[in-house]
Design a protein around this ligand. Structure first.
Ligand SMILES: *Cc1c(COP(=O)(O)O)cnc(C)c1O
Length: 377
């Protein structure tokens, strides 16, 4: 299949999008009421984009259509064997009223890495980006303008072949993009979370699917997350599968550790070992931190080191990062062997400075020398 750029006819990657706007979009008043207090991932815009795939034929039947239920045969492969991958990115309303995306090509590339791991077809990156832009052209009024709010975009792909044979991956797939106006992920101000070190469950193992953004990783996480809540914590921290000792991630976010303070602060984030999800926020912070004068390295951190450095005061801040919640301070830790906290348990200056810079770039309030922001229309 050709993967040429957009042409005058609107064809991308050899695909023409059939545009069928809703004849019953919500009224401006209804929309305004919904945008008052959108929560996270609770309400959806008027449209969605869908593209189908069949092996031997490639991607076809690309369309924009009214948001609505999908009708699936009960024997659809994804419902039985879990071939499902997804992405998450946001559209931001900037001060001048325009809309921008943050590194959408990075999401396109990661979707394809996830697809390869799950034996699913890759989608040309320009088709991925065009699908998002097309949805935004029709649902731009749903991009909130309130501070900290955004339109969360959820591209996803799943196996649609009907039948329960397990000898080969599905021969057909549906790719779709839906959009959900969202408030800040964790409600309230930048409030530190308390985390639970999960020593009984693991999220991912070497050779497994930890670095793919697939539904199954989340299915495997809910019990541990429930345990964290039971222990009075907000989030679960995942450790490595072999030794239950090396820190990997927090829930659906990557972690950063800050040693020292002021100009001497030094950041460490767990290295990508095949079990971690390579976050685009993580990658962006690896670029940003040195620009703000802090060294940053990818390395290994054990739970013993974490606790000892927190207790000695050498470890001053810990935060988690991801698209949905941006940067969230980790105030304290609870584990089977005891509790500890970082500094005085309030958000630290390095955490807050990085957050301000990243959010500033996303909302167009700061320069973007990295070429991360993709302004629309
Ligand atoms: C999506 C995700 C992240 C964060 O990735 P971003 O690209 O920064 O949003 C981190 N960990 C897991 C498990 C994830 O699914």
């Amino acid at each position: 299949m050709a993967t040429t750029g957009p042409t005058a006819s609107g064809s991308v990657g050899g695909l023409d999008f059939d545009v069928r706007p809703s004849d019953r979009p919500r009224s401006p008043d209804e929309r305004a009421a919904l945008l008052e207090s959108p929560g996270f991932g609770q309400i959806f815009t008027d449209h969605m984009v869908t593209i189908r795939y069949e092996s031997g034929k490639g991607w076809y039947d690309a369309r924009l259509e009214p948001y609505g239920p999908l009708s699936l045969d009960p024997a659809t492969a994804a419902l039985h064997y879990g071939q499902e991958i997804f992405e998450g990115l946001k559209a931001y309303r900037r001060e001048d009223g325009t809309i921008a995306l943050f590194r959408p090509e990075a999401n396109a590339a990661r979707l394809n890495r996830s697809a390869r791991r799950m034996a699913m077809p890759e989608l040309p990156e320009d088709v991925f980006v065009r699908a998002i832009e097309l949805l935004l052209e029709h649902d731009s009024a749903w991009v909130p303008s309130r501070e900290g709010h955004s339109l969360y975009l959820r591209p996803f792909m799943f196996a649609t072949q009907v039948g329960m044979g397990v000898n080969s991956p599905s021969a057909s797939y549906l790719f779709a993009v839906i959009a959900s106006p969202s408030a800040a992920y964790f409600s309230g101000a930048v409030k530190p979370v308390r985390v639970w070190l999960s020593e009984d469950y693991t999220r991912a193992a070497p050779g497994g699917t930890g670095e793919a953004k697939c539904a199954g990783n989340y299915a495997a996480s809910f019990l541990a997350q429930a345990e964290a809540v039971q222990r009075g914590c907000d989030q679960v921290v995942w450790l490595d599968a072999a030794e239950h000792r090396w820190v990997e991630e927090m829930g659906g976010m990557n972690l950063f550790f800050v040693f020292g303070s002021g100009a001497d602060a030094r950041l460490v984030t767990p290295e990508l070992n095949g079990a971690l999800l390579p976050g685009i926020t993580r990658d962006s912070l690896l670029r940003l931190a040195p620009e703000l004068g802090w060294s940053v390295e990818e390395g290994r951190i054990s739970t013993e080191q974490w606790r000892a450095a927190a207790e000695s005061g050498e470890l001053t801040e810990v935060f988690a990062c991801g698209t949905a919640a941006v940067i969230t301070p980790v105030g304290s830790v609870r584990s089977a062997s005891g509790d500890w906290q970082h500094g005085d348990g309030t958000p630290g200056p390095v955490t807050l400075r990085l957050r301000e810079e990243l959010v500033g770039i996303q909302y167009g309030l700061r320069p973007d020398p990295y070429g991360w922001v993709r302004a629309l229309g």
